[in-house]
Write a protein that binds this ligand. Sequence first.
Ligand SMILES: *Cc1c(COP(=O)(O)O)cnc(C)c1O
Length: 224
Amino acid sequence: MSVNEQNYKAILAKTETAGATLVAVSKLKPVSDIKALYDLGQRDFGENYVQELAEKQPQLPDDIRWHFIGHLQSNKVKYIASFVHLIQGVDSERLLVEIDKQARKNGRIIDCLLQVHVAQEETKFGFDGGEVTALLGRIGSGVLVLPNVRVKGLMAMASFTEDADQLKQEFTAMKALFEKSFKPETSDLKLQTLSMGMSGDYELALECGSTMIRVGSLLFGARG
Ligand SMILES: *Cc1c(COP(=O)(O)O)cnc(C)c1O
């Protein structure tokens, strides 16, 4: 099997010690690899592409929790709305509104994370801190009514660098935004998830307060 069992056990142990959740990122990997990791006990899997996820999901056990971690186009929400467990990369209000609509059609409430742009790289995806605060304010005050989505937290991708100081600065900024954004006593939003950390930086992310890491290549090997 082409799953690295030793890495899996080691990463899982570190994740559990930190009280966090490990999402195994299986994009571009075959169903047989996912099944192999499933047989070792893994239940949370992350995928980046709608069509790929929609094809894999029916071939695999029903108790897998599928996380959508890529950029999601509004017109594709309908293909995953019936089964997706957590949509992590919500990067616009328009997308959130569409998820609410598709969730309602399926008689579900879909959990979402807002993607925050913290990295140095230029990207068109993700909110900045001020936009997160504004959007949560509109939901919390009932200006924006989305009964079929639950915003459970934040997701971020740090800079693509080995500079530990830079990464630490970004993770720490995310943690601060996470804690500031959701004050349970003043808001009925339950912010429970801070998703950050990948194969190259998950240990540092856990140290900085991540509650969910997304690890692919250390578990399944390099992609393509
Ligand atoms: C691919 C991907 C990951 C996993 O990356 P690895 O470096 O293989 O662990 C995590 N998060 C997102 C959003 C990704 O696209």
